[in-house]
Write a new protein. Structure first.
Length: 492
């Protein structure tokens, strides 16, 4: 029986590699040049998948005490879904609930099943969609794919994944997105708004932008905004000193070195068919090592929509590639300095009141030609660098002469005023009002459940498709790129 199953699996892999993928690539290339064909192709795929989901779900009665969690479309165990899950399993009021986590690489996350109430599944359409149909609650930080719709009695919580710096959805004034037009993007935001019961917001500022981006006011859905803070940030305020040492040890970072976290975002207009979204770093790591290698190490975190793979074997001991590390909050804790550009990671990192440096080599092009920003860069709580040559001096100056000034404090008051370490508790009270949590939370070590990560599984082509955004704020506009333009799954 096992031999037969293995043979079938190998046969499917060969079909995918030599038949399905070449055909999809050709369809994608043709669709990019022929918008009319792309529209018909997408519609055909939607109808096919919608029919499949209806067939899998129409007779299923959702279980009142089952929750499906998903983070970044199955790529990571992190963000607010993780924080809500860990809050719930730490309280006895939820001991008889069932928690299901869906991952692209299920083997890597099997450690979660050490909790007897947790089931880890591989995110294929057949498995994942059946679990969605069975669960009353869906908690995810990424938009559900278009063809999956909750029943009236189901609760879909859209946690999103960051305070937006860049414009989203209906707020886009222009777009050079390589795949989707503004009309395509708006349609997807409209679809998402019709599905979710709540959209999580960390602040008044974010609530205002989510309402406009998802067109909630026009559709009389403003009450769907749940402004309680981001549960994922509770850890930044509630962590223990030994957690920092444990994270550094897990990453292999030596004692006595200052840590620079480099976390750039992706570029909307850098897409290559058959490769996905690419990103030119505009950064010479060899020069940085010559200038900083004695005192500093760099923890590199590339945005997960970026499909290109960066190789840093030549920089062993200086650069640590943390692109596959699940929880970016761990990286915030160990960093002495954050370097970013247009990624929304700096909103959360700012809660720690540590220095931030903005390396925006393409500032004018990005600001004026791609999406634009929701507010002026004069509000950013750190120095802005546009020339690579300035980086070494700016890094040293930012760390050695850092001061948490009034500008930085005002930034936190505007964007993080709800972050008090209790956001998960408020989230649970709002989504599960019938449950009164009065028990004391069970304590555990940071890596109590974790195991050595396994190699990435080869993903089936019939997996649920659609890519989305770490603490970084791309919306749903890339989903159909994999269907008609072929995004390779990048990293967070």
């Amino acid at each position: 029986m096992k031999i037969s199953r293995k043979l079938k699996r190998k046969w499917r892999k060969l079909i995918r590699k030599y038949v399905k993928r070449p055909i999809k690539r050709k369809i994608g290339d043709y669709g990019k040049e022929h918008p009319g064909f792309r529209k018909v192709w997408r519609r055909t795929l939607y109808l096919k998948r919608r029919l499949y989901y209806w067939w899998r779900s129409h007779k299923v009665v959702p279980d009142e005490k089952t929750i499906v969690f998903n983070s970044f479309n199955g790529k990571t165990y992190g963000c607010s879904p993780k924080a809500v899950y860990e809050y719930m399993i730490s309280h006895e009021e939820f001991d008889d609930w069932t928690f299901i986590w869906a991952f692209k690489n299920a083997k890597k996350h099997k450690f979660l099943e050490k909790n007897p109430n947790t089931k880890v599944i591989r995110q294929t359409a057949r498995i994942y969609e059946r679990k969605l149909a069975k669960a009353k609650y869906w908690i995810t930080n990424y938009r559900m794919t278009d063809h999956v719709w909750p029943k009236p009695e189901q609760v879909y919580v859209q946690c999103w994944h960051g305070t937006p710096l860049k414009r989203l959805g209906y707020d886009l004034q222009t777009s050079e997105n390589a795949i989707d037009s503004i009309e395509d993007i708006r349609r997807k935001y409209d679809t998402d708004a019709k599905k979710f019961s709540y959209i999580l917001s960390p602040s008044r500022f974010a609530s205002e932008k989510f309402i406009s981006a998802w067109n909630l006011k026009e559709n009389k859905m403003e009450d769907k905004v749940m402004e309680v803070g981001y549960p994922r940030n509770d850890f930044l305020l509630n962590h223990k000193p030994e957690d920092i040492l444990a994270i550094k040890e897990r990453l292999g970072i030596p004692e006595g070195k200052k840590v620079i976290l480099y976390a750039p975002t992706w570029r909307d207009n850098q897409h290559q068919s058959g490769v996905g979204f690419t990103y030119d770093l505009n950064l010479d790591f060899e020069k940085l090592r010559q200038n900083l290698g004695e005192e500093y190490v760099i923890v590199f975190r590339v945005h997960y929509l970026v499909a290109s793979k960066f190789s840093f074997e030549d920089f062993e001991g200086f650069i640590y590639n943390a692109s596959n590390y699940d929880d970016i909050n761990h990286l915030y804790l160990i960093a002495d300095l954050l370097i970013t550009d247009y990624s929304s990671v700096f909103f959360d990192y700012g809660i720690l009141k540590k220095p931030i440096l903005f390396y925006m080599y393409d500032l004018e092009d990005y600001k004026d030609s791609i999406r634009g920003f929701y507010f002026g860069i004069d509000k950013l709580p750190g120095r802005i660098i546009t020339e690579e040559a300035e980086l070494p001096e700016a890094i040293r100056d930012s760390i050695e002469h850092f001061e948490y000034d009034e500008k930085y404090a005002e930034f936190n008051r505007m964007f993080s005023h709800l972050e008090d370490g209790q956001a998960a508790a408020r989230f649970v009270a709002r989504v599960f009002p019938e449950i009164s949590v009065t028990s004391t939370a069970r304590e555990r070590d940071l890596f109590e459940w974790y195991e050595t990560p396994e190699e990435e599984e080869e993903l089936d082509e019939d997996m649920l498709e659609g890519e989305g955004e770490s603490g970084n704020d791309v919306g749903s506009e890339a989903e159909d790129a994999k269907e008609c333009g072929k995004i390779s799954g990048g990293k967070e």
